[in-house]
Design a protein around this ligand. Structure first.
Ligand SMILES: NC(=O)c1ccc[n+]([C@@H]2O[C@H](COP(=O)([O-])OP(=O)(O)OC[C@H]3O[C@@H](n4cnc5c(N)ncnc54)[C@H](O)[C@@H]3O)[C@@H](O)[C@H]2O)c1
Length: 367
């Protein structure tokens, strides 16, 4: 079975994308992993649906499996949960020969990856992403971490998995709102890197969201993984190119933070951020109006929670300045030169960003 390769020299690894892959876990684990002792980490939702399948696939291939079922939701990505996991791993006599397997969405993947990066100074780990966001984004590229009470994703590492196993059929049980949130990142890949992907997704949004065309969805997930693999290959630690993956995220993060991460899903906030940055790209004369007119309907098709919260432009700009991606008080953003072509723009004048935020707020109030 051939995977999409993330080429990083000695740290290279394959991403396997195929319906039914969960049942091939034992076989692939036997091929790639050095030891036979596995800590299988999941959350309650995913665990109740898929833990037994994953576990029996591993046991059939002679693995010894201890499972760890965590509460579902963002608060699980915490130092407290990490501490509890370290304790249980130590008590269960896990050592450096162990492997961590993350079975779940981005929360489980980020936390389990962080545990793998730090337990005994690092043990191998496998990502089995089960949400659309995790299958197309968070499971690839080795960013692992947890939240701190003073901010999201502030504690972490770059630590690559041994392999990534994606089974798109598990998306059948993913709630619709989560599917939209993941689809936002897919549209992002199209906008920043692949016009044909954008056209395919924009033209088949409803069909994809309602899982009416599994083959197309599988192909789209593979395309996203291939794009991310290519970006990570060129810039593993986000010194330059990898920043294009943050398209729409500066304003998106500010909206999430201002609503205390309770109102918007990450992907929903990114939809708003992408609208603002597409508008700004056109205003700055780098994106043709015709392209903007194709992007807008695709982004407007995303259902967002209503009504728009009482947030003003000044508050958004203030949050933007606190973002960890704002370096030395300079606002660095991602613009579009065309559909499928991102442009990194450093030192954006604040008044230009303000204009984009004001346009976005006016659009939301008009709805
Ligand atoms: N490491 C990275 O590069 C990166 C990139 C983007 C996002 N992230 C992180 O990812 C996290 C968000 O990930 P997420 O959106 O997957 O959230 P999540 O892990 O909370 O999953 C969303 C919900 O869907 C449930 N779920 C997942 N798969 C399911 C399935 N197949 N069937 C039924 N329910 C299922 C989960 O239990 C959860 O309730 C955030 O913490 C974010 O910071 C990391």
């Amino acid at each position: 079975m051939k995977g999409i390769e993330v080429e990083l020299g000695a740290r290279s690894y394959p991403i396997y994308v195929e319906s039914g892959n969960l049942d091939r876990l034992g076989q692939l684990a036997a091929k790639h992993l050095p030891g036979r002792k596995v800590a299988l980490i999941t959350d309650e939702n995913v665990g109740s649906l898929y833990l037994e399948r994953a576990r029996s696939a591993l046991i059939t291939s002679a693995f010894s499996v201890t499972d760890f079922i965590l509460p579902a939701g963002e608060p699980t990505k915490s130092l407290q949960q990490a501490d509890g996991l370290y304790a249980r791993l130590i008590e269960s006599r896990f050592d450096r020969s162990a492997t961590v397997i993350a079975l779940g969405g981005g929360v489980v993947g980020d936390l389990a990856g962080f545990i793998a990066a730090t337990f005994m100074r690092g043990v191998p780990y496998v990502q089995i992403p089960t949400s659309l966001l995790a299958q197309t984004d968070s499971s690839v590229g080795g960013k692992v971490g947890i939240n701190h009470r003073l901010g999201k994703n502030l504690i972490g590492a770059f630590y690559q998995p041994t392999f990534v196993l994606i089974d798109p059929s598990v998306l059948n049980t993913l709630p619709e709102r989560e599917r939209w949130a993941g689809m936002a990142e897919i549209v992002k890949y199209g906008l920043i890197a692949d016009a044909s992907l954008f056209d395919r997704v924009a033209g088949n949004l409803t069909e994809l969201i309602h899982l009416k065309n599994p083959d197309m969805l599988e192909a789209v997930i593979s395309q996203c993984c291939a794009i991310k693999a290519d970006v990570v290959r060129q810039d593993e630690k986000e010194a330059g190119l990898r920043k294009i993956l943050n398209f729409g995220h500066t304003i998106g993060h500010a909206l999430e933070a201002l609503t205390e991460y309770k109102f918007y899903k990450h992907g929903e906030a990114v939809v708003l951020g992408m609208r603002a940055m597409s508008w700004l790209s056109r205003e700055m004369g780098v994106l043709a109006d015709a392209a903007f007119q194709r992007i807008e309907p695709a982004l407007q098709a995303f259902p967002l929670p209503q009504p728009f919260p009482p947030i003003d432009a000044a508050a958004i700009l203030q949050k933007v300045h606190l973002d960890k991606k704002v370096v030395q008080n300079q606002i660095n953003v991602v613009l579009l030169g065309d559909i499928g072509r991102a442009i990194l723009k450093d030192r954006l004048e604040e008044k230009l960003l303000l204009g984009a935020v004001e346009w976005l707020l006016a659009e939301q109030r008009r709805r």
